[in-house]
Each structure stands twice: as C-alpha cells, then as structure tokens.
Design a protein around this ligand. Structure first.
Ligand SMILES: NC(=O)C1=CN([C@@H]2O[C@H](COP(=O)(O)OP(=O)(O)OC[C@H]3O[C@@H](n4cnc5c(N)ncnc54)[C@H](OP(=O)(O)O)[C@@H]3O)[C@@H](O)[C@H]2O)C=CC1
Ligand SMILES: CC(=O)N[C@@H](CCC(=O)OP(=O)(O)O)C(=O)O
Length: 333
C-alpha cells in the first residue's frame, strides 16, 4: 500500500480525498494534517468517514511527520503549500498540490493574481499543470504536480480541443459553481440565507482563475463565475468567435474518444450527471447565425475539479491504473 499524507484533511477537499481513497486499491491515508481541527479524531470532524478510518487522528503538520510517507496530497488555502513544498521535495516524495501556489508559471503572474509574493519562486518550474487529459505524459514523468482549479478544468476541457477553430481573444466563459467550491469556512455569501433560492455573479473581471484559463488557452478571455444554490457541481458555458464554419461537437468527440472520464454528446450536460464522480460531460455547437462556437462542460467541483483530479494525477505519477479509485458514474437523481 502507498502510505499517503493529506494536508488539509479536515477541509472539504480533504474529506473528498479520504472518501475516494477508501475505495482505492493502493492509496492508504496514514497521516492527516489540519489547523483548527488538529488533535481531533477524524470521525469527530468527518463522521461520514468513520467506518472507513476508525483510528485516524488529525495532526498539526511538522516536516518530520513526512518521514516514511510515499505520497503527499495538499488541499490547503492558497499560500501555504509553497512553504511546505520544500520539505516534500527534499524527501523526494511525489507531491500533488491543489492550491494555486504552483499552477501559474511565473512568480510575477502569481503576484498579479494572488496579490502576494511567492515564497518559493525557484520551485515553480518543477511543477506540471495537473489536467491529465492535456498533460498525461508530463504528469506521469513528474514528482510535483499542481492540479488545476475547478473552474479552469471545466473551461479548459471544453475549449482546448477547439482552440484552432476560434479566435482565443474572443473567448467568454460563464460558469456557475456549487457552494462547496468556496470551502467549509462560513462567509456572508455562503450562508444558507444568501445562497438558497439565489443565483449571483461575483469576481467580475478579476477572478484569479482567469489567469489559469488564459495560460492554457492563450488569448485574453472574459470569465464570470456564479454561485448556484447547489452543494456541488460546475457548469461552464463558453463562447468564442469561430474562424469559419466548423463542427466543434465532432472535434470534441474525436479529441476525447479514448478518455476514460470524458463523455461528449449532443445533449446539454447537467451537473447532476457528474455528482460524486470524476466524469466530465461536454457538448458543443457552431452557430452559423452569429459565427460563434458554444461549448458547455459539467463536472463535480470536489471530484474532477479537486480530489478526483488529484488522485488521477497521483495514479499516473505512481504508475498505477489511471482510473483506480475513481468512479465514472454520477449520482442522479
Ligand atoms: N472546494 C473546492 O471545490 C475546490 C477547492 N480547491 C482548493 O483546494 C484547497 C482546499 O479547499 P477546501 O477543501 O475547499 O477548503 P476548506 O476551507 O474546506 O479546507 C481548508 C483546509 O486547510 C486547512 N488549513 C487552513 N488553514 C491552515 C493553516 N494555516 N495551516 C494548515 N492547514 C490549514 C484547514 O484545516 P482546519 O479545518 O483544521 O482549520 C482545512 O483542512 C484550496 O486551495 C481551494 O482553493 C480547488 C478546487 C476546488
Ligand atoms: C464557489 C467558489 O467560491 N469557488 C471558488 C473557486 C474554487 C477554488 O477552490 O479555487 P482554486 O481552484 O483556485 O483553488 C472561488 O471562486 O473562489
């Protein structure tokens, strides 16, 4: 078994990593780290995991606790894993990070979008951007992977195969997320009374995920995130001016024909089709009237947008079956 440590185990993504590891044939979570919940038994923090992990305790991180570990997952707020990465790299342990610390390729971009200095800029170039469908070989050859964010995963998977068909400077991405995308901390905007029976746009013109989408797609794009009254799920509706008449649905079908987690069909996708699974459902159209391409993606922000993507990357890095521990079937209805 692969002795696995999880930083941020007491958070939403940490819980999802543990849920997925419980049915993974190789990954064995043996060390869990948290902050405010350090010192508590796992079942006190995440009761849904009690039967799978009766004996685990959340600890406070110390570098020595990584000794003997075979794989590290980090699901920490931005800015933390850049301080821990040197400990992991010094021990030569495969490391999959889900924070934004190592996703952008330059410290300057990080400063621009995250409004802080990067603490380990010399490590940025070691990290491979973690979307297996686009960077499978590089991920398999790397020990350090920065798993992509949830919104970027949806928009990039919908648009990347279509990029030669459109003008990248005309891309518009409107995406709606379930509230678990904001993590477990309670804020005014994520309070039940703010979210229930409500639908809001936020982060206008400035959302940090714009940078990741531009890095993967080229061009200057307009991204508007929305908060939807649901627990999980992202639906990204993407538009771009086409270079000429085209068949984007056929292009997506061809690009993803052999992908285990991607389903392309004519039917407009729903987030519920992906609930709890690592699946991404896509569709696309060419609109001859406006000369635009439309592409839509649905995924579960906590699985393909987070924990599932991390496990898919780890499977590749460790030479395991890429689909190990990951479901392709959503819970619907
Ligand atoms: N939620 C989602 O759908 C997605 C999240 N992400 C990213 O993944 C990361 C985790 O997200 P999520 O699980 O939602 O967040 P949560 O807020 O739910 O969990 C955060 C975790 O980090 C721990 N933590 C907080 N501060 C510190 C600290 N100072 N030192 C050590 N540990 C700390 C918390 O510990 P404790 O609870 O014990 O205080 C908790 O375990 C974030 O970077 C997020 O942006 C990316 C894609 C999707
Ligand atoms: C609904 C919601 O609030 N979503 C979060 C994005 C999800 C996330 O965790 O962002 P990273 O991928 O950068 O880690 C937000 O908009 O800030």
């Amino acid at each position: 078994m692969i002795r696995t440590a999880i930083l941020g185990a007491s958070g939403f993504v940490g819980a999802e990593l543990l849920r997925l590891c419980a049915s993974h044939p190789e990954l064995d979570p043996v060390r869990l780290f948290g902050d405010s919940q350090a010192g508590l038994r796992l079942d006190a923090v995440h009761p849904q995991l009690a039967l799978a992990y009766p004996d685990l305790v959340i600890e406070r991180y110390a570098p020595d606790l990584l000794d003997g570990i075979d794989l590290v997952f980090a699901a920490l707020p931005h800015g933390h894993s850049q301080r821990i990465a040197p400990d992991v790299i010094a021990r030569d342990i495969p490391f999959v990070d889900l924070g934004a610390d190592f996703r952008l390729s330059s410290a300057e971009d990080y400063r621009t979008w995250y409004k802080e200095e990067h603490a380990a800029p010399e490590l940025l170039s070691r990290f491979v951007y973690g979307i297996p469908e686009l960077h499978r070989e590089a991920i398999a050859a790397s020990k350090t992977v920065a798993a992509a964010g949830c919104y970027p995963t949806s928009a990039i998977l919908a648009l990347r195969p279509l990029i030669d068909l459109v003008d990248p400077d005309t891309i518009v991405v409107d995406a709606a997320s379930g509230v678990s995308g904001a993590g477990k901390g309670l804020k005014d905007e994520t309070h039940f009374n703010s979210v229930d029976e409500n639908f809001t746009a936020y982060g206008l013109l400035t959302h940090r995920h714009t940078a990741e989408m531009e890095m993967a797609l080229g061009g200057r794009l307009l991204f508007t995130p929305h908060l939807a009254p649901m627990n999980r799920g992202i639906l990204a509706t993407c538009y771009a001016v086409a270079r000429g008449p085209c068949d984007p649905l056929a292009t997506l079908k061809a690009a993803y024909a052999d992908e285990p987690f991607i389903h392309v069909s004519e039917r407009p996708p729903s987030t519920k089709w992906t609930f709890g699974s690592n699946a991404v459902h896509l569709t696309a159209r060419y609109d001859a009237r406006t000369g635009r391409v439309l592409a839509i993606a649905a995924l579960d922000n906590l699985v393909k947008g987070a924990a599932g993507q991390m496990i898919q990357c780890a499977n590749l890095m460790l030479g395991l079956d890429e689909v190990a521990g990951l479901s392709r079937v959503g819970v619907c209805p």
